[in-house]
Structure formats: C-alpha cells, structure tokens
Design a protein around this ligand. Structure first.
Ligand code: 13P
Length: 337
C-alpha cells in the first residue's frame, strides 16, 4: 500500500483495531528484561528475540507499527533479511525512538527532562534512509511531593513540540509521549490532575510550533492510582477518568491515541482499552502502543531457548489479537482461554 503523507501513515497505523508494538527498549532496559529470564543481553540475543517477535504471524492485521531502538533498525535476521523488511512484509511500519533519554530537570531536581534535540535533524535524515516512517519521543512526569512542577510539564511539552515539528519536516509521524509515571502512592484523582496539566500544556506547545495535529499519534499513560496506592481504582473508574481527561484536552483532529502500558499487566492493559472503546463517544482511534503488556508472556515463554520460538510467537500473536479486539471494544475475558 502506498502511504505518502504523514496523515495517511498515522491513520494507517491505528486503522481497524491495529496498534503498535513498542520494542524500542534501550540496551540497558533490554538487559533488565533479559535478567528476568536469565538471558545475557548481547547483540545477537537481542536480535534473536526481536526477530522472533517480528516474525510472529499475529502481527499481520493487528500491529500497524513497531517502534525500534537504533541498534534494531540496522540489524539483519539470521538469514540476512533486514528486520525492517520482515516487519514491512506483514504491514507493520518501522518506527524509531529518537530521544536520548532523561536528565535531571535542574541541578538536584527529582524531576527529569528528555534530551535529544541536538543533532536531531541529522538523525531523522538517516532514519528516513533506513526505512523509518514514524518516530517516538518520551517525556516523563512524576507525581510526588511538590511534583509535577509547571517547569517540568512545560519544559517537556516544549521539547516534545520541537521534536514533533522536526519529525514532520522529514515526513515522519511523531509519536508524542507524555508519560505520567505510575510509581508512587498517589490517588487516581491526583493522576487525573497531573495528566490534564501535561496534556493541556502539550497541545498548547504543539499548536504554537505549528505541528500538524492530523499527522501525530499521542501516546499517553492511562489515568490510574499510583502502583503502591492503598486504594486502587476499579477498571471502570480508570476507563471513565482516562476518557474524560482525554476529551478535555485532545483535539478531535488527532487521528490516534495509542496508550503505553506503564507497568499494568497484560490483562489489565487489554481490559482498560476495551472498556474505553465500549464507552466510546470520541473521534480519535483509541488503541495501544504496549511494550511490556505485549511482550511479557512471549519473553517468558521464549526464555532464550530456540526451541521455544513457536510457542513464544503464539503468545505474542494472541496478545496482539486481543488488543486489536480491545481497540474496537470487542474483547471479552472468555476469549483469553
Ligand atoms: P510499556 O508499555 O512497557 O510502558 O512501554 C511502552 C513504551 O514504549 C514506553 O516508552
């Protein structure tokens, strides 16, 4: 299929219940994931694992894009085919993480700001040559005593907008990701407030930088209580408050909202997405861009053993299908058996 404009690329990625496989773990983060299964994080092991993911039959029709790390977009499969070609063949567009990680927002601050604007144009140009069609930049917002500050929220929003404008100038769809971390004991109401502020500031910055909102994808966290909060919100509350927060802040011309999973289990992430789509009443596609909530079961099933490849691929294929249904409000728990 010909996808010529950023609007077409963005709409394609989230069409018909499709979503995104986030496989852009940096090498240290990949190392942490591999530690849980006792596998060493070498270049070849990372390649073997990701080749397994991208060759899973369930990507086709369920996954519209895969976010890659710099190493992966340059790698070839064992048989010499580039990993980019493998995903293109099943209709999953290659995307690339382009930020350069987190630094303290100011000296001694607990808050962080995302860096990576230096040299971004050159990197984007190279990634276009390597086949990327979209990009990702992740900002992190923490909830805690005196956090988040306006400086942190606005500084991250400005960086996201500058990045998004540059990506669009290169014909790439920017995923803008303002992640409000689940870490902490805060209430769901505090998360609602922090998320609202972050989204409001983000769209102000995107508009002032003349970013084409029909050619972006928003990757937010869901509105939940902190992971160590005594009072956890019900799935219905998470769905209701997340939708309310998004409706208050996200303009209808944004084609797709693809959630991160942020530490939710695979089932929670699917269930929340399904509930929101069952509520409905919005113009954007509401879909997924999960890392852990798509990969956790497959990673465990693989455990570094080549003979487990097919079973691990089945596990990922199933999750991709379940999330495709959830992105259309057509999932139910009995389909998990
Ligand atoms: P999780 O779904 O594991 O949070 O990862 C998504 C992601 O890409 C975070 O930037």
């Amino acid at each position: 299929m010909e996808l010529n404009t950023i609007e077409e690329i963005a709409s394609y990625i989230v069409a018909d219940g499709k979503g995104i496989l986030a496989a852009d773990e940096s090498n240290p983060t990949c190392g942490k994931r591999f530690d849980t299964i006792g596998v060493e994080s070498t270049e070849n092991n990372r390649r073997d694992y990701r080749e397994l993911l991208f060759r899973s039959s369930g990507l086709k029709g369920n996954i519209g894009g895969v976010i890659l790390f710099d190493e992966t977009i340059r790698q070839n499969a064992k048989d010499g085919t580039s990993l980019v070609e493998i995903m293109n063949n099943v209709g999953a567009l290659p995307g690339i993480k382009v930020d350069k990680g987190l630094v303290p927002a100011s000296d001694g601050s607990n808050e962080v700001i995302t860096q990576g604007l230096d040299g971004l144009d050159e990197r984007l140009r190279e990634y276009v040559g390597l086949g990327a069609r979209f990009t990702k930049w992740r900002a992190v917002i923490k909830i805690g005593s005196d956090m988040p500050t306006d400086e942190c929220i606005n500084g991250n929003a400005e960086a996201l907008a500058e990045y998004a404008k540059k990506a669009q100038n290169h014909g790439l769809v920017p995923i803008v990701e303002p992640e409000v971390l689940m870490d902490g004991s805060h209430s769901i109401e505090e998360c609602f407030e922090a998320s609202s502020k972050a989204l409001s500031s983000l769209f102000n910055s995107l508009k002032s930088h003349n970013v084409n909102l029909a050619g972006i994808l928003l990757k937010p966290s869901m509105v939940t209580a902190g992971s160590s909060a005594a009072n956890q919100a019900s799935p219905d509350e998470v769905a209701k408050l997340t939708i309310e927060c998004l409706k208050d802040n996200v303009p209808p011309e944004v084609p797709g909202i693809t959630f991160l999973s942020g530490g939710q289990t695979e089932l929670q992430a699917t269930k929340h997405l399904d509930l929101m789509n069952k509520i409905g009443g919005f113009k954007w596609k509401l879909s997924f861009s999960y890392g852990r909530a798509l990969q956790a079961g497959a990673l465990k099933a693989w455990s570094g053993e080549p003979e487990n490849t097919f079973i691990a691929q089945d596990v990922l294929s199933h999750r991709a299908k379940m999330n495709n249904l959830a992105a259309q409000g057509k999932w139910s728990e009995d389909l998990e058996e």
